[in-house]
Design a protein around this ligand. Structure first.
Ligand code: HQG
Length: 184
């Protein structure tokens, strides 16, 4: 597969496994899983040729490890980022003292005033390090990295989850736990 094909396939799989499974006529099962055979059949039926080998390659090489196979390899799901109703069944766990959130500069005033909201997603997404957060913020403009006092939040009762690909998930971040750094 060329780099271009890989990216195209990854985007298509994100669409199907996070947002619109009905596009290829499938429904996600419990916790967002779908049998691998069913997914392959559905995407091939809808004009996106994909073999099992190619799918494995996409999962293994994906830059953010967006997809994961079940332990026995028979099912696949997106590790996070869904807009469809799905309970990923991650266990709550204590976060590190500090986490990071990258956002474009233009959102910072609103975030300082209102906190971080989950918007279209199921959770607010937080990164384990400033470098990753910078990349996330960069997607839409000049990035600002916000430092989140996750340990303090946790001690005050906020529940954190960690996805299979290392993204920290939380319902909401109130403004008092957010520290703003200058743009890099
Ligand atoms: C912002 C990508 C104004 C928030 C990335 C963000 C990540 C507010 C945007 C993953 C706000 C939502 C998630 C407030 C939050 N006022 N703006 N009160 N509260 N925002 O895409 O965190 O490629 O839903 O800062 O790499 O940017 O999908 O969330 O800028 O891991 O795998 O509202 O998506 O990964 O944007 O990105 P998003 P995100 P994937």
């Amino acid at each position: 597969m060329t780099e271009k094909e890989l990216i195209r396939t990854s985007k298509f799989l994100s669409l199907i496994l996070r947002h619109e499974p009905q596009r290829v006529g499938i429904r996600l099962e419990e916790a967002g899983w779908i049998p691998v055979g069913e997914l392959l059949e559905a995407v091939n039926r809808h004009g996106a040729p994909l073999t099992l080998e190619e799918l494995k390659y996409v999962v293994a090489t994906n830059d953010k490890k967006r997809f994961a196979f079940s332990e026995d390899g028979t099912r696949i799901r997106a590790s996070q980022g869904h807009s469809v109703e799905v309970d990923l069944q991650y266990e709550a766990q204590p976060p590190p003292e500090l986490l990071y959130h990258g956002t474009p500069e233009r959102f910072v005033a609103s975030i300082r005033a209102n906190g971080l909201n989950k918007g279209q997603r199921h959770h607010v997404h937080l990164s384990p390090d400033p470098e990753t957060a910078t990349k996330v913020g960069q997607r839409r403009g000049r990035p600002v990295v916000l430092t989140i006092r996750a340990g303090d939040m946790h001690r005050q009762g906020h529940v954190f989850y960690r996805s299979a690909n290392g993204v920290w998930l939380v319902d909401y971040v109130p403004p008092q736990f957010i520290e703003v750094r200058k743009p890099v």
